[in-house]
Ligand binder design. Sequence first.
Ligand code: PLP
Length: 288
Amino acid sequence: MPSQPPLALAVLGRGVVDPGTPTLFADDEAVLRGRAAFETIRVYSGAPFRLDAHLLRLSSSAATLGLPNVDARALADLARQAVAAAGAPDATLRVVWTAGRESSGEGFAFALVTRLPPHLDELRSRGLRLVSLQLAVGTQTRQASPWLLPGVKSTSYAVNMAAQQEARSRGADDALFLSLDGVVLEGPTSNVWFREGDALFTPSLELGILAGVTRDTLIGGAGAAGYEVEEGRFTLERLAAADEVFMSSSLREVVGVSELDGRPVGSGTPGPAAERMQQVLRAAASAS
Ligand code: PLP
């Protein structure tokens, strides 16, 4: 997705600054070694959606990365300052917590607000074309290896970005990660779902995937929308034969999948569950 010019920036210890202000030191470990955790949060009507859940996940990512502890209250303040300064009702908020300057032992944070990526609704109506890409790790190894950072949202996302680039070079929109043993995991920036009849299926967090805040919101709202949800280990073949497949993430929200590895999926995009779960998500955002 093309990047968007920043609307507002708030920096820990400084507050709101001009978004063009240089912010990080060259020896910040985020830059030198990718040692930083981040969150991408959607702002609806001027309010960051489920900010507390995002900051909780940021704390957990920081702990696994061995970063200084996150002060969730200070970061929530910083996030709100940036959102207020941006003055845009609907936007993207990123909160970044870095390891700080080399050997300083003190973390550093900023909150950045940008416009939403363009064409999200267009993407939702035409659906995503996915290609499956295998990660060189089996699910058991991944689960048992904290140094592989399972379930961590760190700025070391170069592999995820390279996977999206590979998907685009094959004429698709996005990638779908499979483990070495062929288990469906997640996308580089989203969780994956499929529907069989009235049941929704999504990979289990035990597989070391990211605990998506959108995923959690959809699990919470699925029952009232008439769907039961099962989390587990699923093969690509099962996904390819499903009634529909969709992805979930904070920015894109719920987007149907139209094609998997060059073959059509389900019977048209968006499928009924993708549409219904998008409504569930929007209802949760307006109620918050
Ligand atoms: N999985 C990965 C690897 C992600 O990077 C993301 C979000 O960026 C998600 C899933 C979806 O998470 P959320 O719904 O919290 O945006």
